[in-house]
Write a protein that binds this ligand. Structure first.
Ligand code: ADP
Length: 161
Protein backbone atom coordinates (compact mmCIF):
# COMPACT_ATOMS: atom_id res chain seq x y z
CA UNK A 1 0.00 0.00 0.00
CA UNK A 2 1.20 3.52 -0.83
CA UNK A 3 0.73 6.72 1.14
CA UNK A 4 0.87 10.36 0.15
CA UNK A 5 2.21 12.81 2.74
CA UNK A 6 1.30 16.29 1.50
CA UNK A 7 2.33 19.57 3.09
CA UNK A 8 3.96 22.95 2.71
CA UNK A 9 7.24 21.82 4.31
CA UNK A 10 8.43 25.44 4.47
CA UNK A 11 10.87 24.19 5.70
CA UNK A 12 11.00 20.48 6.57
CA UNK A 13 11.38 19.95 10.34
CA UNK A 14 12.51 16.94 12.38
CA UNK A 15 8.82 16.45 13.23
CA UNK A 16 8.00 15.98 9.55
CA UNK A 17 11.02 13.71 9.11
CA UNK A 18 10.05 11.55 12.09
CA UNK A 19 6.63 11.08 10.55
CA UNK A 20 8.13 10.17 7.17
CA UNK A 21 10.48 7.61 8.77
CA UNK A 22 7.63 5.98 10.67
CA UNK A 23 5.40 5.96 7.56
CA UNK A 24 8.21 4.37 5.54
CA UNK A 25 8.08 1.41 7.95
CA UNK A 26 4.30 1.07 7.57
CA UNK A 27 3.85 1.42 3.80
CA UNK A 28 5.42 -0.08 0.67
CA UNK A 29 5.90 3.43 -0.67
CA UNK A 30 5.53 6.97 0.67
CA UNK A 31 5.28 10.00 -1.60
CA UNK A 32 6.22 13.20 0.22
CA UNK A 33 4.73 16.01 -1.85
CA UNK A 34 5.10 19.75 -1.55
CA UNK A 35 1.81 21.49 -2.16
CA UNK A 36 2.22 24.60 -4.28
CA UNK A 37 -0.36 26.78 -2.62
CA UNK A 38 -0.89 30.08 -4.48
CA UNK A 39 -2.42 31.67 -1.36
CA UNK A 40 0.78 31.15 0.66
CA UNK A 41 4.03 33.10 0.20
CA UNK A 42 6.71 30.55 1.12
CA UNK A 43 10.10 31.45 2.64
CA UNK A 44 11.81 28.74 0.59
CA UNK A 45 11.32 28.14 -3.13
CA UNK A 46 9.74 24.92 -4.31
CA UNK A 47 13.13 23.70 -5.58
CA UNK A 48 14.78 24.41 -2.20
CA UNK A 49 12.06 22.56 -0.32
CA UNK A 50 12.27 19.56 -2.66
CA UNK A 51 16.05 19.48 -2.22
CA UNK A 52 15.72 19.69 1.59
CA UNK A 53 13.31 16.73 1.59
CA UNK A 54 15.35 14.70 -0.92
CA UNK A 55 18.53 15.13 1.13
CA UNK A 56 16.86 14.34 4.46
CA UNK A 57 15.10 11.22 3.13
CA UNK A 58 17.94 9.84 0.98
CA UNK A 59 18.41 6.99 3.51
CA UNK A 60 14.80 5.83 3.11
CA UNK A 61 14.43 3.53 0.07
CA UNK A 62 10.62 3.57 -0.18
CA UNK A 63 10.30 7.35 -0.11
CA UNK A 64 9.69 9.45 -3.23
CA UNK A 65 9.59 13.24 -3.33
CA UNK A 66 7.37 15.34 -5.56
CA UNK A 67 5.21 18.42 -5.80
CA UNK A 68 1.71 19.21 -6.94
CA UNK A 69 -0.90 21.90 -7.22
CA UNK A 70 -4.65 21.38 -7.29
CA UNK A 71 -6.56 18.84 -5.26
CA UNK A 72 -4.68 16.48 -2.96
CA UNK A 73 -7.07 13.61 -3.81
CA UNK A 74 -6.33 14.03 -7.53
CA UNK A 75 -2.62 13.88 -6.87
CA UNK A 76 -3.14 10.84 -4.60
CA UNK A 77 -4.79 8.96 -7.45
CA UNK A 78 -2.07 10.09 -9.91
CA UNK A 79 0.63 8.64 -7.68
CA UNK A 80 -1.48 5.58 -6.85
CA UNK A 81 -1.66 6.32 -3.15
CA UNK A 82 -4.61 4.81 -1.29
CA UNK A 83 -3.84 6.78 1.86
CA UNK A 84 -3.32 10.47 2.64
CA UNK A 85 -1.13 10.86 5.69
CA UNK A 86 -1.29 13.81 8.07
CA UNK A 87 0.34 14.50 11.40
CA UNK A 88 -1.47 15.58 14.55
CA UNK A 89 0.54 17.59 17.05
CA UNK A 90 -2.19 18.72 19.41
CA UNK A 91 -5.93 19.02 19.74
CA UNK A 92 -5.68 22.38 17.98
CA UNK A 93 -4.67 20.61 14.72
CA UNK A 94 -7.63 18.28 14.92
CA UNK A 95 -10.58 20.42 13.91
CA UNK A 96 -9.02 21.69 10.70
CA UNK A 97 -7.56 18.30 9.79
CA UNK A 98 -10.88 16.56 10.33
CA UNK A 99 -12.63 19.06 8.06
CA UNK A 100 -10.05 18.48 5.32
CA UNK A 101 -10.30 14.70 5.79
CA UNK A 102 -14.09 14.79 5.46
CA UNK A 103 -13.84 17.03 2.40
CA UNK A 104 -11.37 14.67 0.77
CA UNK A 105 -13.57 11.67 1.63
CA UNK A 106 -16.53 13.34 -0.08
CA UNK A 107 -14.42 13.96 -3.19
CA UNK A 108 -12.70 10.57 -3.32
CA UNK A 109 -14.36 7.90 -1.09
CA UNK A 110 -11.71 5.32 -2.01
CA UNK A 111 -8.91 7.37 -0.44
CA UNK A 112 -8.43 7.10 3.33
CA UNK A 113 -6.90 9.81 5.50
CA UNK A 114 -4.65 8.45 8.22
CA UNK A 115 -3.39 10.53 11.13
CA UNK A 116 -0.15 9.78 12.89
CA UNK A 117 0.44 11.33 16.30
CA UNK A 118 3.57 13.43 16.40
CA UNK A 119 6.41 12.18 18.56
CA UNK A 120 6.05 13.93 21.94
CA UNK A 121 9.51 15.51 21.75
CA UNK A 122 8.64 17.02 18.34
CA UNK A 123 5.13 18.16 19.17
CA UNK A 124 6.18 21.80 19.73
CA UNK A 125 7.75 22.01 16.28
CA UNK A 126 6.25 23.81 13.35
CA UNK A 127 7.80 25.36 10.26
CA UNK A 128 6.71 28.80 11.50
CA UNK A 129 8.30 28.38 14.93
CA UNK A 130 11.54 27.22 13.36
CA UNK A 131 11.64 30.27 11.05
CA UNK A 132 10.89 32.58 13.97
CA UNK A 133 13.73 31.13 16.08
CA UNK A 134 16.18 31.26 13.15
CA UNK A 135 15.19 34.84 12.28
CA UNK A 136 16.30 35.98 15.74
CA UNK A 137 19.53 34.00 15.70
CA UNK A 138 18.43 31.03 17.84
CA UNK A 139 19.95 27.59 17.42
CA UNK A 140 17.63 25.40 15.34
CA UNK A 141 19.90 22.37 14.99
CA UNK A 142 17.70 20.23 17.26
CA UNK A 143 14.62 21.22 15.25
CA UNK A 144 15.54 20.62 11.59
CA UNK A 145 17.81 18.40 9.49
CA UNK A 146 21.37 19.79 9.01
CA UNK A 147 20.81 20.99 5.42
CA UNK A 148 17.73 22.93 6.50
CA UNK A 149 19.63 24.57 9.37
CA UNK A 150 22.17 25.84 6.82
CA UNK A 151 19.42 27.10 4.50
CA UNK A 152 17.83 28.97 7.43
CA UNK A 153 21.16 30.62 8.29
CA UNK A 154 21.53 31.75 4.68
CA UNK A 155 17.94 32.99 4.56
CA UNK A 156 18.38 35.16 7.63
CA UNK A 157 22.03 36.08 6.94
CA UNK A 158 23.30 34.36 10.06
CA UNK A 159 26.74 32.80 10.49
CA UNK A 160 26.77 29.23 9.21
CA UNK A 161 26.04 26.43 11.71
P1 ADP B 1 0.38 22.32 5.83
O1 ADP B 1 0.48 23.72 5.35
O2 ADP B 1 -0.23 21.37 4.83
O3 ADP B 1 -0.20 22.15 7.21
P2 ADP B 1 2.91 21.64 7.00
O4 ADP B 1 4.22 21.53 6.31
O5 ADP B 1 2.79 22.67 8.07
O6 ADP B 1 1.88 21.83 5.85
O7 ADP B 1 2.51 20.24 7.64
C1 ADP B 1 2.40 19.09 6.85
C2 ADP B 1 1.94 17.95 7.72
O8 ADP B 1 2.92 17.67 8.70
C3 ADP B 1 0.64 18.20 8.49
O9 ADP B 1 -0.09 16.99 8.57
C4 ADP B 1 1.11 18.58 9.85
O10 ADP B 1 0.16 18.27 10.86
C5 ADP B 1 2.34 17.70 9.99
N1 ADP B 1 3.31 18.26 10.92
C6 ADP B 1 3.65 19.54 11.09
N2 ADP B 1 4.56 19.68 12.09
C7 ADP B 1 4.79 18.43 12.56
C8 ADP B 1 5.59 17.90 13.61
N3 ADP B 1 6.31 18.69 14.41
N4 ADP B 1 5.59 16.57 13.78
C9 ADP B 1 4.84 15.77 12.99
N5 ADP B 1 4.03 16.20 12.03
C10 ADP B 1 4.00 17.52 11.79
Amino acid sequence: MRALYPGSFDPLTLGHLDLIERAARLFDGVVVAVLQNPSKQPAFSLEQRLEQIRTATAHLPGVEVGSFDGLTVDFASRCQAQVILRGLRALSDFEFELQIAHTNKSLAPQVETLFLATAVHHSFLSSSVVKEVARFGGDVRHMVPPGVAEDLCRLFNRASV
